[in-house]
Design a protein around this ligand. Structure first.
Ligand SMILES: Cc1ncc(COP(=O)(O)O)c(C=O)c1O
Length: 436
């Protein structure tokens, strides 16, 4: 006989959360996944949809490095199937410090590295280590998921509404009113969703503000303002832009900075789940039991295979240059096509291609009527029009916390072929030309 557990579940209703615990009710379902569901339904009806919504890679378009696959298989054959240490295998912690010394000119002690199953567990654990209930967390919008980590830790989120002319990055002026109260500032560069890379003036300004504030707090015996620098896309920075780090610009930032990184995006390996944080030892010490008790470490074979390639990138073959070139090609082709449409008077523009797998697209069509007769009053109307009439799936910046009515949207190229990029441009042009 089979026990029907679902009937048992239904018998006990949900109860109100305790007021003292961060309420899980705050956590919202991903609106990006809701869009993905709509895309699937249209595809099931036989519609061709150019899907630029997903911050992920289609393995048939962008496979992971073969050296990584071979390395994981070899580690499994060699018996790397038991628990790794909660902070990560020493080989990977050492390889991360080797990578940063070689590529970023930063020499971290190996015990400042803590490994997790992708970037998310280190992000969550660092939040938990730093943010007490009621603490203020400042972050720019648009941003990826920061509000969820704030909610999970009972923090109070302060959103800085950024401007396209700043590449949707926050400025020291915007941070200033919150400097005295903030416990954590979260920045992401290259940024999801905009694809922008923070420049020296903006990052330097933010670091200077943090350093001045922390000098005051040290005198007053107060907890410092910490900076989380989420750089999971840093290996995908294109010509004309440079990846900067807080401590690279201002060495005194080291004790206040937690860097977040992963192979998820840089090696198109989102499903393999290897990431890490690099943080001052007191933060790592607090993160360690969280990662350990959640069992949120990366699989041992994957850690060891990643370590080998980070320490000796010759095993990657020509992966990085070819991978970057293909991503950049898609983004630049989109940006050039959009610029041509703009130059011909169509109401569309994009930001420059700088990094990650994203392009910021702005369609200035609120108040217009689409070729299919839709009234376009909101960002959601713009998204639905592009999906249903042009067969182009994008994510509006409102899904990343940006205010309604801007017309800004994220285009992601991780799952599209070059042919799909050209077809997207042709459909976009036709939809814009049909606007009334
Ligand atoms: C800015 C940013 N940080 C972190 C992550 C999470 O990375 P991971 O898949 O390694 O957990 C993502 C994933 O989309 C991201 O865009």
């Amino acid at each position: 006989m089979t026990l029907d557990v679902s009937a048992l579940y239904d018998a006990v209703p949900d109860v109100a959360p305790r007021a003292t615990a961060p309420s899980m009710d705050i956590l919202k379902g991903s609106s990006i996944l809701a869009i993905a569901g709509e895309v699937k339904a249209l595809q099931a009806e036989g519609r061709t949809i150019h899907n630029l919504t997903i911050g992920d890679f289609d393995p048939s378009v962008f496979p992971v490095p073969q050296g990584l696959v071979d390395g994981i298989k070899a580690q499994l054959d060699a018996g790397a199937t038991n628990y790794p240490p909660a902070v990560g295998v020493q080989e990977l912690r050492d390889a991360v410090t080797t990578l940063y010394r070689r590529e970023l000119g930063l020499d971290f002690p190996a015990d400042s590295v803590i490994v997790g199953s992708g970037a998310r567990p280190p992000i969550f654990a660092a939040f938990r280590a730093i943010v007490e209930p009621g603490d203020t967390v400042v972050f720019p919008v648009p941003s990826w998921n920061v509000e969820h980590y704030v909610a999970l830790n009972g923090g109070v989120g302060v959103r800085l509404v950024t401007r396209p002319e700043d590449g949707f990055m926050p400025t020291a002026e915007q941070l200033a009113p919150h400097l005295a109260t903030a416990r954590l500032l979260v920045i992401n560069s290259p940024q999801n969703p905009s694809g922008s890379v923070i420049d020296e003036a903006l990052l330097g300004g933010l670091c200077d503000a943090i350093l001045t504030e922390n000098a005051r707090r040290r005198e007053a015996g107060e907890r410092p303002l910490m900076l989380m620098y989420d750089a999971v896309y840093w290996q995908l920075v294109f010509e004309g832009a440079t990846h900067l780090t807080p401590m690279g610009l201002r060495p005194e930032m080291a004790p206040y900075t937690i860097m977040i990184d992963a192979i998820s995006k840089s090696w198109a390996a989102t499903g393999l789940r290897v990431g890490w944080g690099v943080a001052p030892p007191w933060v790592v010490a607090k993160m360690k039991p969280l990662i350990g008790h959640m069992g949120a470490w990366a699989a041992k074979a994957e850690q060891l295979a990643t370590a080998a390639l980070l320490a000796d990138p010759s095993g990657l073959g020509g992966f990085m240059p070819a991978f970057k070139a293909q991503i950049q090609d898609r983004l630049s082709t989109l940006a050039e096509g959009i610029a041509q449409m703009g130059a011909s008077g169509l109401p569309v523009r994009s930001l420059d291609v700088q990094g990650a797998i994203y392009l910021s697209l702005q369609v200035d069509a609120i108040g217009r009527t689409s070729g299919g007769g839709r009234t376009l009053s909101t960002d959601e109307d713009l998204r639905a029009w592009l999906l249903h009439e042009a067969g182009i799936a994008v994510v509006p910046f409102t899904a990343f916390g940006y205010p309604e009515g801007s017309g800004w949207m994220r285009m992601s190229v991780g799952s599209v072929s070059m042919d799909a990029v050209h077809a997207t441009l042709a459909s976009l042009k036709a939809a814009l030309e049909a606007l009334r």
